[in-house]
Ligand binder design. Sequence first.
Ligand code: GLC
Length: 543
Amino acid sequence: MPSSSAESATTVSTPGSPPAPAEQPAWWRDAVFYEIYLRSFADGNGDGVGDLAGVRARLPYLRDLGVDALWLSPFYPSPMVDHGYDVADPRDVEPVFGDLAEFDRLLADAHRLGMRMTIDVVPNHSSDQRRWFRAALAAAPGSPERARYVFRDGSGPGGAEPPNNWPSVFGGPAWQRVPDGQWYLHLFAPEQPDLNWRNPEVAEDAEDTLRFWLDRGVDGFRIDVAMGLFKDPELGDLPTPYTADRRGHGPEDGVLWNRPEVHDVYRSWRQVLDSYPGHRMAVGEVWVRDPGELAAYIRPDELHLAFNFRLLRAEWAAAEMRAVISQTLAACAAVGAPTTWVLSSHDAVRHLSRYGGGDLGRRRARAAALLLLGLPGPVYLYQGEELALPEVDLPDDALQDPVWERSGHTERGRDGCRVPLPWSGGEPPYGFSPTSVRTWLPQPTDWGTLTAQAQDRDGDSMLGLYRRALRARRELGGSDFRWLEGPPDALIWRRGDVVCALNFGAAALRLPPGEVLLTSEGLEEGRLPTDSAAWVRSAPAAP
Ligand code: GLC
């Protein structure tokens, strides 16, 4: 284990902030964000679906957890084909979730409790029930109404085949035929037609949406499918059909996603955000192949942050995680932006289950919390990871994700990470709803020990660990980060006065001398056992 003289090699430090429009420091540069998947967080009105009133009632829980900012998933009017990511009106509130007045109350309360509020925007597509799309269907081919979306004639005899071989992320072709014979593009569900970003009206409307919510006081946005928006104007066939990965990691990169034109959109959005006081920010959902391409989205005049999904995809292995961390830190530092860390979301299998599930998964997830929160830069937590929730294996007839139907029942989709949170009590709905109702996805019957209430007073629970880590994180040194030498199956790094270590190996790891601030498991004779992590205050040796 490291003696201080072994402090080595890879030093990656982030250059100072780009000039900020206001005097206060840019809060987002090292904030901990908490993703609220609204349908599944807390139900205020007793219909079994989470809503804004439910979130408002639980704000004290989030404050006590110690997060800095919230990210609220879409709450706009929606037919809910993709549970809100099919937006029928981007400047209003879905009645299932509340209304604008309720949103304003939630925002005011979050601010009063010292938390920032960021919200989702969905610029790549709309709902097929948006007024614009209904008008496009009613209008003729070639009309201005159709020009807000991507309508084309088909190929083959009578145009009966789709215009090209592009696939939908949710399975099946990315084209849907309309009664007059034309086809429209939908990279997600057919009820989510892609907008035509080459039409200036679309770009203007999106900025109106940003301003609408900025005027109400939101602190920033999470941009859905941020590497989307523009498609290859030739609309040519992909060289090979889709294989495994459907998010810009194959031949579709640069054709369906990640086109250079998208960067001008974010330059313009940055100007909108910077024209408001208080460091309003945007984070992009950017699925791209390499860290350099990710960093292109967070150049100083573009987005503030971009999710780094490489850590979420990494195996539970020291070498892979080390490489991902080093490469991403270096790529982001080159553009002066912090790296944004995330292990779980409403789109991914919960990491406790990815890391093995059961006791093993829980142990690793505890260590992972100290990894995530021990790295420099902003972190996104996903609701329920602080309660040690696993992925749920739901019965077929409970599945609601469009992926299940669209894939012909070959992919189960993302419902398993979206099961409503357990708050209290010993049986469903575990305080999720005020009355005993069926929740929109069924909760397991063995979650009684995982409720927030059950973990609240136990400092050793997952909730207790997250709370302590969020508090202790404030003592880690800014953007300072340096790998320390150690065995190959351990990650050891320094943040200012604190050394963080994660031991993946079988042999217990010796920790540096100093005050142990936090461990994910009990130490064994002062050593760090397998699949566990620790933070130790240990001053660096004088040079
Ligand atoms: C993003 C969202 C996902 C949604 C998709 C289409 O990836 O995170 O939940 O299904 O976009 O909007």
